[in-house]
Design a protein around this ligand. Sequence first.
Ligand code: SF4
Length: 143
Amino acid sequence: MKLVSACLAGVKCRYDGNSKSSKKVMEMVRKGKAIPVCPEQLGGLTTPRLATELINGRAFACDGRDVKKALAKGAAEMLKIAKLAGCKEAILKAKSPSCGSGEIYDGSFSGKLVKGDGITAALLKKNGIKVKTEDEIKAKEEK
Ligand code: SF4
């Protein structure tokens, strides 16, 4: 069983009220092989919500509000679900301050990327869960 970002499964849970569907992820959910979850909603944030980025491990909405608590709560709930369902792998949305893995936006809200993980991705990795982005599974398919 895999844990997947709900927005990749067609759920309209993104900050802008949209989804970012991945055919491959939707297929996994359809076949009962993946559980779609959104950590930012689990952390208590609304949809839609203000865009958020990380700076030095802290999380700020684009109006300057500190939202680290909500992102940390969402990450902890994601880990709880992963453990409950025995997930050893997660496929999470690239570049997100919660779900991003390997690279995330730099906190300047200008589209610039830096090396790093979102708060949920980092917590899952720390607990031995393999995290991939939708771009990685797509690239693998195209090889
Ligand atoms: Fe998608 Fe993750 Fe953002 Fe939720 S927190 S909308 S699952 S990228």
